[in-house]
Design a protein around this ligand. Sequence first.
Ligand SMILES: C[S@@+](CC[C@H](N)C(=O)[O-])C[C@H]1O[C@@H](n2cnc3c(N)ncnc32)[C@H](O)[C@@H]1O
Length: 279
Amino acid sequence: MIVSARQFDRARRLALSLAGIELLDRHHELLDRRSRRMGIVDAAGFDELLGAAEEGSAVAVQRIIGLFTTKHTGFFRTPRHFEIAAMRALSAAREGRQARFWSAAAATGEEPYSLAMALVEAFGSEDPPATILATDIDVEALACAQRGEYGEASLKALAPARRERFLRQTDDGRRWRIDCAPRRLVEFCAVNLAGAVWAVEGPFDVIFCRNALMYLEASRRQAALERMASLLAPDGLLILDPAEHVGGAGGLFCLEPDGLYTLRRERRPEAFSLTGSCS
Ligand SMILES: C[S@@+](CC[C@H](N)C(=O)[O-])C[C@H]1O[C@@H](n2cnc3c(N)ncnc32)[C@H](O)[C@@H]1O
């Protein structure tokens, strides 16, 4: 193995301090495999990356966050979530307002673009009254999301009619690019869910935070859920993967079927004062 036991302990401390991510013993091999894939060939190379990240080099921090995070995602994972979100947007429109969505662990963009496609379809309009904020800690994944180009493997899960309607083949014919209508709805911004400041302003009708909280250490996960609760509209919806749960934040949310959570009104925390904006 490239990554020694002592190096893994240092990596563990960094994962927790930089991203709130809890690395367990079983992640040692995974980290080793990812390091090789990143082109690190020996312990000295890994040591160099660790040292630079510990000293706060922005490039090294970003690289090592790339090693700590799992970016597995796909178009229309749990399709029902997108139908429900689109229904929320339709009711917001009936109230004469624009719906606001946040994809809080957007990875390479498949989730926010699926939502954008669902909205265009639900409204039968290229310009539905909705906005989607897509954030992630990994800026390389976000850059990929912003490019919005996908290969065949990523597009397998997308119905042919959707590919036809929402993607255009790139000039070299190898990839497919998200078309203007879904793209226009999505805005990208880096946000660390375990960070002190979130450059995010509520309220949101729906927050998607699927398959990310499970990697966070329990107190960071609880803190992130409390802050999300403060950023939801009173009748807003938090969407997790159906296999996830809110753990210690159960007092804030009521579980509905399929990984959907609504706020318990009586336990709604005071709004946090959050600074900054992604615009
Ligand atoms: C498995 S992907 C989930 C993608 C998408 N939500 C889905 O369910 O298909 C997990 C994402 O969480 C992000 N992530 C992990 N820790 C994070 C943190 N502290 N703040 C923000 N994003 C984080 C990772 O970078 C990764 O893109």
